[in-house]
Structures are given as structure tokens and as C-alpha cells.
Design a protein around this ligand. Structure first.
Ligand code: SAH
Length: 291
């Protein structure tokens, strides 16, 4: 999976540490086996969870993810990547997000990246050459797990896919614009096409930001309690239960008393019941799949 984990453990050839790590590994492997037997989720989800357990063996083993985004509008990412969790993840060195301007690889003096369609028709198409030059240049420096093209006709993005991609270390994401990109790029360079929904956006940038946010928040060490991502909606095939915070009484709207009872077991049971109830009402197909 991630050879760096083994490397890091071997490099720290310090006996107490190795004993501690072995014990922790055993505990997490037992937890994993136990959990996977109980879990109603599929193997991809289990793999993702195992990754989180593994990374918890030693909190120093956090492996950086690299995401290279190819775009003609890098400034569009200023909002999503410079705030909140994505900002923190970058500051903590858990993810490196590089914005690469495809225009820098344009071959003519006007830095042109789009042209009219062969065969006629409205809308410009992003040219093959600047994108191919850009991808080839990046591939000389890095090996990518996937070269992704954000596209409305790609595989629909969802939590299971986010879990799967959070395990990768090197991703490239290509954002199209206008009428899309020259088909030859899709045929010869792209290894995966992803859609964030059955609608058409003006460009792949918003899709890439959604994709990056969903996977980066799953990286161990990004959220303060790294297991908290496991209790989000869609993990384990359930939506999240309702959540409340202070004040207890807001204009006669009160927090359910069970949450103030201090009885962890009962609270857990209540949350599970509410999660199942909510899933049945809002996403009946999720519960049907399990049966
Ligand atoms: N002509 C294309 C749409 C192009 S939209 C078609 O009908 O299929 C321009 C760009 O926006 C695309 O190249 C793609 O990168 C991005 N895009 C649009 N909708 C998207 C979606 N639902 N998911 C991901 N990317 C999308």
C-alpha cells in the first residue's frame, strides 16, 4: 500500500519503539479484523478504514498526498484551498496541492489553449498540444496513481470513491472548460474520468475542488480526531444522526434529554437508531442495498 510506512518503521530502529509499534499494530489489526467482520460496509470501505488504523499506529506516520491540478483558471481555487480544513491540511504538510496553469504550456505567442471544433458547431475545445505537453512534463517528475479528467460523463463521485482515492499518494486532475477537451487527451493520457453529478458545469475547477476536499478531509491527521471522518454520512452505509450544541433550550426548542444523560451506551444506541431512521426516510436505496 504505502511502502513509506514500512520504511519509516525500519528507519526508526529503536527497540522500545519497535515493540510499541508492533503491539499497536497487533491491536489495530485485531480491531480491524473484528470491525470488518461486524461491518456492513464493502471491502473498499474496510480498506480505507484499515488505512486509518494503520496510520494511527504511530502518529508520526502521516504520509503526504500530492495533488496536481491542471487548469486555465488557477485563481478559481483561491477560495476553497485557502481556508478551513484544506488550508490546515496543507499547512500541516499532509497534502501538497499544486496548481498548474495549462496556458504556460501553450505553443503560440498568444498563449492560446482553445480552438474551433472540427466539423463545425458552437463552442470552443481545449487544444491537445498544451495539455499533452503539460501532462508529459509532469509525468517526467512524478509517477501518478491516476490522471483524472473531471467530466460530466465520468463515473459518478461518491463517498466510496473518496475513500478509495484517499489512499493514493499522487493524483493529477485535469479541469476542462468550454465545450471540453480534445478527445485524444481522454484516449491517450487520462486514466480515470470523474463526474460530480449529472449536470454540466462551466469548468472542471469546481468539480476538482469538491473532489479534493472530500478526499483530503479523510487523510489521517487532517481532522483533529482522525476517526471522526468515519462517523460522517455515507460511511457504513448510513447518514449521520442529528447533532446539537448549546444552548440546551432555545426558544422552547430543547435538546433531546438522552444526549445530556451521560450514559454513553444509551447515547450511542439513540444515535444509531436516528441514523437508521434518517437513512430509511432520506436515502431508502442505501438501506435496500444492504438487504
Ligand atoms: N460539452 C461537455 C461539457 C463541457 S463542460 C458535455 O456536454 O459533456 C466544460 C468542462 O466542465 C468539462 O470539460 C469538465 O471538465 C467540466 N465539467 C462540467 N460538468 C462537470 C461535472 N458534472 N463533473 C465534473 N466536471 C464537469
Amino acid at each position: 500500500m504505502r511502502s513509506n510506512i514500512c520504511l519509516e518503521v525500519v528507519m526508526r530502529c529503536n527497540r522500545p519503539l519497535i515493540i510499541m509499534q508492533t503491539c499497536s499494530a497487533l491491536v489495530y489489526i485485531i480491531t480491524f479484523v473484528y470491525y470488518s467482520r461486524l461491518s456492513r460496509s464493502n471491502s473498499e470501505n474496510i480498506f480505507f478504514k484499515f488505512n486509518i488504523y494503520l496510520c494511527k499506529i504511530n502518529s508520526s506516520i502521516y504520509i503526504e498526498m500530492r495533488i496536481d491540478i491542471l487548469t486555465i483558471f488557477p485563481e478559481m481555487f483561491d477560495g476553497p484551498f485557502k481556508h478551513s480544513i484544506l488550508k490546515r491540511a496543507q499547512e500541516r504538510g499532509l497534502v501538497e496541492i499544486n496548481l498548474i496553469n495549462i496556458r504556460d504550456y501553450a505553443t503560440d505567442k498568444h498563449k492560446r489553449v482553445d480552438d474551433y471544433q472540427y466539423g463545425g458547431g458552437s463552442g470552443m475545445v481545449m487544444m491537445v498540444e498544451p495539455i499533452a505537453n503539460c501532462i508529459e512534463d509532469l509525468k517526467l517528475k512524478n509517477t501518478y496513481n491516476e490522471i483524472i479528467y473531471m467530466s460530466p460523463d465520468g463515473e459518478l463521485f461518491g463517498q466510496q470513491m473518496a475513500n478509495r482515492y484517499s489512499i493514493f499518494q499522487n493524483l493529477m486532475i485535469l479541469c476542462g472548460h468550454y465545450k471540453g477537451i480534445d478527445e485524444r487527451i481522454r484516449e491517450h493520457f487520462i486514466t480515470k474520468e470523474i463526474s460530480i453529478g449529472n449536470y454540466v458545469l462551466s469548468g472542471g475547477e469546481l468539480g476538482a475542488a469538491v473532489f479534493a476536499d472530500a478526499i483530503v478531509r479523510l487523510l489521517p491527521g487532517v481532522l483533529n480526531d482522525e476517526t471522526s471522518a468515519l462517523s460522517d454520512s455515507f460511511q457504513d452505509g448510513l447518514l449521520s444522526p442529528p447533532a446539537y450544541t448549546r444552548p440546551y433550550n432555545f426558544k422552547s426548542m430543547k435538546v433531546p434529554d438522552i444526549l445530556l444523560s451521560g450514559n454513553d451506551k444509551e447515547i450511542e444506541k439513540w444515535r444509531m437508531e436516528k441514523a437508521i431512521e434518517r437513512t430509511k426516510v432520506r436515502r431508502p436505496e442505501m438501506t435496500d442495498d444492504e438487504e
